[in-house]
Ligand binder design. Structure first.
Ligand SMILES: Cc1cc2nc3c(=O)[nH]c(=O)nc-3n(C[C@H](O)[C@H](O)[C@H](O)COP(=O)(O)OP(=O)(O)OC[C@H]3O[C@@H](n4cnc5c(N)ncnc54)[C@H](O)[C@@H]3O)c2cc1C
Length: 380
């Protein structure tokens, strides 16, 4: 449906990899909170990192719809694995759009996961309101000196390269921030302990502290003082990624619920024969399909160069809310078993929650949708 031959092929390849490698590993990865380096190495070989990187820069050059399809399939296996794909996609998109030829030489090692990346925006006083960041980069000779701290950064405990948003002009608000590529093994970089999270527990999240970290002249990504704008410019695509990830989690819940309903017996019948259970399954299926179609529409708008902001926020907000509600339904179909560790739906419910929070909370998505409606009109 809607997908061309290439997109169908990529989906089939990703699905068979996920069924063979990712989904069977998910329960243990969640329990052990382990970074699955071996899975990422294989994904690198399959070309599942840096999906939109153009062929001339060593990538497969796929479009946003293909990216969405890959994210859903990976997340159907395990959301943490999809989240790694989404993170690499954001960073490689920034590098392709704004990197110098020298900086773009980093792409192959990022796409093969030889170098692990981190996207470093959030600080204790600056979550939703990014304009509150206090990390500074001060010019020093040819380079800069970085001071400050970031929290809740995906990959922080394991990353090699940080893409760090820092203030470069204290007086200029959002027009006074820049993005720097930081060697996270450099002198002055400290890592906080790994956070223990509700869900997506194989994703390693933690703090980074920078004390007088010296950055060379090639560390600045793109234009000076344009960091906020650059960061915002990749958010539409990021939201398509998280929306697809949410659809994948809910799809896994639906598959598990349908299978369980067809095997569990009560009152001498399979529970799938009870209308109350059938309606739960039907509502799950229709809302997942609606979210998937919103994701595809948003991705296709990006690919056709159309204004996609409203669609991307609608997809992210709807899919995140849907995933939380419909994985709760999956737990309900399983009854008490759904509440017990080790059953897939229990993990899926926990994994879904963060999709309403990161990449812009769903309150912020609603603000964006309303702003776009009031500015550009309600016509579709
Ligand atoms: C697992 C995980 C991974 C993460 N990964 C990264 C990462 O890799 N890099 C990174 O930089 N950050 C990362 N983050 C941080 C994440 O982006 C922030 O948590 C998120 O932006 C929200 O910020 P906050 O937590 O400070 O909440 P706050 O901004 O304090 O918001 C608290 C509540 O207030 C609401 N709110 C705030 N402002 C408004 C408003 N104007 N109108 C209505 N409601 C509002 C929010 O929606 C929310 O419900 C991660 C967080 C987690 C938990």
């Amino acid at each position: 449906m809607f997908l061309n031959e290439t997109q169908e092929e990529v989906r089939a390849t990703t699905r068979s990899f996920v069924n063979a490698v990712v989904r069977p590993a998910a329960e243990a990865l969640d329990r052990e909170e382990r970074f699955p380096a071996e899975i990422y190495e294989e994904m690198g070989k399959l070309g599942l990192f840096g999906i939109a990187v153009p062929e001339e820069l060593g990538g497969p050059g796929f479009d946003t719809l293909t990216y969405a399809v890959v994210m859903e399939e990976l997340s159907r296996g395990y959301a943490s694995v999809a989240d790694q794909c989404g993170l690499v996609e954001l960073i490689t998109t920034l590098l392709v759009r704004h990197g110098t030829p020298e900086q773009q030489k980093l792409l192959p090692s990022i796409m093969s996961m030889q170098q692990k990346v981190a996207y470093c925006i959030t600080e204790p006083e600056a979550g939703t309101d990014v304009s509150g960041i206090r990390t500074t980069a001060v010019k020093d000779g040819e380079g800069w000196v970085l001071n400050g701290g970031k929290i809740w950064i995906h990959n922080a405990p394991v990353a090699d390269l940080g893409f760090v948003l820092a203030r470069t002009d204290k007086e200029a608000g959002n027009r006074g921030m820049s993005i720097f590529i930081v060697d996270l093994h450099a002198k002055g970089v400290e890592r906080g302990p790994k956070e223990h999270k509700m869900g997506q527990r194989a994703s390693q999240v933690g703090a980074l502290d920078f004390q007088d970290v010296r950055l060379g002249p090639n560390a600045l990504l793109g234009e000076m003082n344009r960091g906020f704008h650059m960061m915002m410019s990749v958010l539409d695509k990021g939201r398509v990624g998280i929306a697809s990830l949410a659809v994948g989690i809910a799809q896994a819940g639906l598959e598990a619920a349908v299978e369980y309903a067809g095997t569990r017996k009560q009152f001498g019948k399979h529970i799938s024969e009870f209308q109350g259970v059938q309606w739960l399954l039907a509502d799950m299926a229709k809302d997942i399909e609606a979210a998937r179609l919103l994701v595809y529409a948003a991705a296709m708008k990006i690919d056709h160069g159309l204004d996609a902001t409203r669609s991307c926020s609608m997809a992210k907000c709807f899919a995140g809310d849907m995933a939380v509600a419909r994985t709760a339904d999956a737990v309900q179909v399983f009854g008490g078993s759904g509440y017990i560790r080790g059953f897939e739906v229990e993990r899926l419910y926990r994994d879904a929650k963060i999709t309403q929070i990161y990449e812009g909370t769903n309150q912020i998505q609603r603000m964006i949708i309303a702003r776009e409606l009031l500015k550009k009109g309600a016509t579709a």
